[in-house]
Design a binder for this molecule. Sequence first.
Ligand SMILES: Cc1ncc(COP(=O)(O)O)c(C=O)c1O
Length: 403
Amino acid sequence: MDPMSSRISARISAISESATLAVDAKAKAMKAAGRPVIGFGAGEPDFPTPGYIVEAAIEAARDPRFHKYTPAGGLPELKQAIAAKTLRDSGYEVDASRVLVTNGGKQAVYQAFAALLDPGDEVLVVAPYWTTYPEAIKLAGGVQVDVVTDETTGYLASVEQLEAARTERTKVLLFVSPSNPTGAVYSREQVEAIGRWAAEHGLWVVTDEIYEHLVYGGTEFTSIATAVPELGDKVVILNGVAKTYAMTGWRVGWLIGPADVVKAATNLQSHATSNVANVSQMAALAAVSGDLSAVAEMREAFDRRRKTMVRMLNDIPGVVCPEPMGAFYVYPSVKALLGKEIRGRRPQTSAELAELILEEAEVAVVPGEAFGTPGYFRLSYALGDDDLVEGVSRLQKLLAEAS
Ligand SMILES: Cc1ncc(COP(=O)(O)O)c(C=O)c1O
């Protein structure tokens, strides 16, 4: 017997290391050793949290009320503000009792699947997908069924593709728009078609709306929960303050769902973590009850960088980069470069090519292997304009050598 498996449970030893964090760790180690690495791996805005949010946190830290345990499911005033914000931004009317405040969107993802899935239940997941979903589904005993998309459709799945993957075990459709890692955003018509199809087959929809405010070029975000009332109460919305307010480190997210799901997930959270840190909750309260001017400013910067990046990447022979309409990632295909010779090596996979690029050009990108689709890279454009241009220029120079 593998000695590891007897020490660590099968369930937990099956969890993979986060590939995005692994790339980041290697890039940081090289940087610490004095090498001028430019990292495109980050999944977070490069802006500080707006001052008025920080001030609200400082004030909360001074209030003895917040030095104590508070309700596991979240501060009542924050739940209320999240319900109001959801109505403002998505047109979705929900009572505060159906909101659960979590330690980041990540805990909302885990708890949603834990609450919904029994062993063997299938979840339709559009690939490329964010790395956390497979692990959360697996831990809950669920079975992930991939619906693979590519650059030819801008990484958008069709109802036909979803229907082809559906079986009688399918319980949940995971819907993510705007998407990490591709930046794909579904149009209102597409959202409605997919939502109606899910409703027709009695599926649950778990919709991750964390990038709702990061859409570009006139693209509009559509919440499937609002657009498709036929889904009834079989919708769970996942969201958080991380991306909209540059608050990744504060760890506040939420889950909105029907009363039984929220109750079950709250019970789980009451044993796992109890309430989210009160200081962070009060910061989140200032964020969601304030206006959206800070995200409008970030969006302008991201949009500028997005355009530069798409143009520069498409100038590289062998790279095909569709224009992403949301989030802050591009997801180019590098398939045509695989097997070519670069600096005496012949990378056969996007993971090998990413490693070569890190070593030779001192540029960190995340290979598509991390997102269920080898042959691609994910690059974040949430970094300064100068670094962005310098990093992609290095890529252009190195990859031009491919023969
Ligand atoms: C699609 C998506 N959902 C949820 C999250 C969770 O974010 P957090 O746990 O920082 O709130 C992320 C973070 O990268 C994400 O990309």
